[in-house]
Design a protein around this ligand. Structure first.
Ligand code: EPS
Length: 390
């Protein structure tokens, strides 16, 4: 995606040695703590319904450059997360083709190769696009494992935003058919309640029903999707623009969330419900306070009007489809000989909606930080703060 100021690339395979990112464009003087990144990584690993892999990994970041004595220097920041599971995959993931492979290595390679495409995963389209006969080559990078390093990058973005008092969180509002109907009254309460829940749901009874739905799906060898919400508050007016379509803040956020593996829909504010609201109920009326500041009693716009942040909280909803790796295997084709087959199954999650919410929070933070850096400019936090007027 075209970033303006906060640029980064990631690399790494699901069962390779490690995941990496290099970030460029972070001004000097921003306080960064690896412990904060690690706590975001731990949040991504949690969630009722995750698979066995999460018991193997204890994702921790190693900051390899760009930060000294707790602060950014303006230099590129290099991050690395090691895959503990690599120890079990060394032969399969070996960079060099072994000239004299052991029988054990050959057996493992054979065991981990597959050609029975999983409907709903990247297997079929990926194998055609990159001309890869062994679907292992598609799975390794298309896996949602790479979202771990994105969460680390997002955590850096959040630490930049924090310097300007901009804070965000995420919570789960639906798993399968179980919906959160009762919302605690304030964002602070929603955040606190969701943080205590292993499905990231702000209502205890709904959370119980969500866990039951996950248990039932697991019993059936099935998987479940759901919906989550990401909220960022204390946003300045003026991020994004209406002057060109690729500069609209809502468009950029939608792209960032839509491209998370398994996400099928993104909404801003009232989102799809705005189709059935008359204009008089949809638009957030504007009032003047005593101090001549403006306020609103509703936020159906989700903090964005005309592609520009309007100062209200940014509210994004994402919809995740059920994970396509299933014990209850679906009809497919074996690409090896084009014969009918049952789809490949390997260890996976039953439900990863809470993890997806954390990834969406990270992706949104990256876009908001990029917009903030582009708007106020500056090579150091001191310059940025002067431009921001704080
Ligand atoms: C993931 C790690 C993976 C998967 C999951 C995401 O670990 P493994 O494949 O070794 O079990 O659990 O990816 C998918 C389910 C997928 O379909 O991409 C992680 O770290 O989030």
């Amino acid at each position: 995606m075209g970033m303006k100021k906060f640029r980064f690339l990631t690399s790494g395979e699901s069962h390779g040695k490690c995941l990496n990112a290099i970030i460029e464009g972070v001004p000097a003087g921003i306080r960064i703590k690896a412990a904060i990144i690690n706590s975001d990584l731990a949040r991504r690993q949690q969630g009722y319904g995750r698979g066995e892999r999460m018991k193997i990994e204890h994702d921790t970041v190693e900051i390899k450059s760009g930060i000294r004595q707790g602060k950014t220097t303006g230099a590129p920041i290099c991050l690395e997360i090691k895959n503990n599971d690599y120890a079990n995959w060394e032969d399969v993931m070996a960079v060099e083709k072994l000239e004299y492979p052991t029988e054990e290595a050959l057996r493992k390679l054979e065991e981990k190769s597959f050609t029975k495409v999983r409907p709903g995963h990247a297997d079929y389209a990926g194998s055609k696009k990159y001309n890869l006969a062994d679907l292992r080559d598609v799975l390794e990078r298309s896996s949602a494992r790479k979202t771990a390093i994105e969460v680390a990058v997002g955590s850096i973005a959040k630490q930049i935003l924090k310097e300007f008092g901009i804070l965000g969180f995420s919570h789960v509002i639906q798993i399968g058919n179980v919906k959160l109907d009762f919302y605690p009254k304030t964002y602070t309460l929603i955040k606190e309640k969701a943080e205590q829940s292993n499905v990231m749901c702000a209502d205890d009874l709904t959370a119980d029903r969500m866990r039951k739905a996950i248990d039932d799906a697991a019993q059936e060898g099935d998987t479940l999707g759901g919906k989550f919400e990401v909220i960022f508050g204390n946003i300045p007016v003026g991020l994004g623009s209406y002057v060109h379509w690729d500069m609209a803040l809502d468009g950029r956020l939608a792209q960032a969330v839509m491209s998370i593996p398994a996400v099928k829909a993104v909404e801003i504010g009232a989102g799809v419900d705005s189709a059935s609201l008359p204009g008089s109920k949809m638009h957030d009326e504007i009032f003047v306070a005593r101090d001549k500041s403006i306020y609103r009693n509703t936020n159906n716009a989700g903090g964005i009007e005309g592609g520009i942040s309007n100062g209200e909280a940014i509210v994004i909803k994402g919809t995740m489809k059920p994970i396509p790796t299933m014990k209850k295997s679906l009809a497919t084709v074996d690409l090896k000989d084009m014969s009918p087959a049952n789809a490949h199954f390997e260890r996976s999650d039953v439900c990863a909606v809470p993890a997806c919410a954390i990834v969406a929070e990270a992706r949104a933070a990256i876009i908001i930080a990029d917009e903030l850096l582009s708007k106020i400019g500056g090579d150091s936090l001191t310059e940025m703060k002067a431009h921001y007027g704080i």
